[in-house]
Design a protein around this ligand. Structure first.
Ligand SMILES: [Zn+2]
Length: 277
């Protein structure tokens, strides 16, 4: 059952302020149109300027760690870094086979993580979402359906897709998500507007192991631990997890060794919410 009292209040969020780049892009488009209206012979210059700007917008949306299109966490705040904290994040779940085993591994080490859940999957496995939240882990928003064309949506469809996931996850976890991660990390300039309306902070990552396609646990671990330090946000997957040589999801081979590496380095895995405090 939905509890509407717990729903986020989109209109209560701070007003949207586009980044200088996005605001400047809008001005450039308007100026190009005005220029062509005044001097039609200027059209090749106007078209060139708009095309170059569109290419920059596209690059900003395709690079998951870019801040060109809006605020984007790729590391934890300074206070969390000073405490020696890192954040483990697990995307694309919950998954009935992998998620319970990930929860066991984390519990055994007293570690906390953040789960970026897909809303539809959460609705299919409500008990798993409740178990994640009950164990003190973060339940955050990874969109309703993890659509392949997510980065092509407009502002209204972003609000629907992310808002619906927000409703499902808030009702199951007992509190609305505060963070959002884009499917495959891809975006367009309207996403920042939708996230501001919904009161969500975009989070990408510092390092990722490519554990949805890399079957070599050794290599996944090396990618996550190379240059590892306080403030890192590490990306793994409990959903869409690739299987290794023996049929075991690679994430389950990697996670215990990653937790060992963190302990050896004196780093403490916390949820993104805890890193904010
Ligand atoms: Zn994903």
């Amino acid at each position: 059952m939905r509890d509407n009292r717990r729903m986020p209040q989109p209109h209560a969020a701070a007003p949207w302020r586009p980044t200088r780049f996005v605001g400047g892009s809008a001005v450039l488009h308007a100026a190009a149109l005005a220029g062509v209206a005044i001097g039609p012979e200027l059209w090749p210059w106007a078209l060139g300027a708009v095309a170059a700007n569109q290419a920059a917008i596209l690059a900003g949306g395709l690079l998951p760690r870019s801040r060109l299109l809006g605020p984007n966490w790729t590391r934890l705040p300074d206070a969390a870094a000073a405490r020696g904290e890192v954040a483990l994040s697990l995307d694309d779940g919950p998954d009935p086979l992998v998620t319970p085993r990930v929860l066991e591994l984390l519990e055994r080490r007293g570690a906390h993580a953040t789960f970026f859940c897909i809303g539809e999957r959460a609705g299919r496995h409500p008990d798993l979402v409740r178990a994640i939240a009950a164990a003190g882990h973060g339940v955050e928003n990874h969109s309703l359906r993890h659509r392949h064309n997510f980065a092509l949506l407009g502002p209204r469809r972003f609000l629907r897709e992310i808002g619906a996931a927000q409703d499902v996850l808030a009702a199951l976890a007992g509190a609305p998500p505060r963070f959002f991660r884009a499917p495959a990390g891809m975006r367009n300039p309207f996403l920042d507007y939708a996230l501001t309306r919904l009161g969500l902070q975009l989070v990408s990552w510092t390092r990722r192991g490519y554990d949805t396609r890399n079957t070599d646990a050794e290599d996944v671990l090396a990618r996550l631990t190379r240059g590892l330090g306080a403030d890192n946000i590490l990306l793994l997957h409990d959903g869409h997890a690739v299987r290794g040589a023996h049929g075991t999801p690679v994430v389950l081979d990697v996670l215990p060794r990653l937790l060992d590496a963190l302990a050896t380095a004196g780093l403490r895995p916390v949820t993104l919410r805890a890193a904010l405090d």
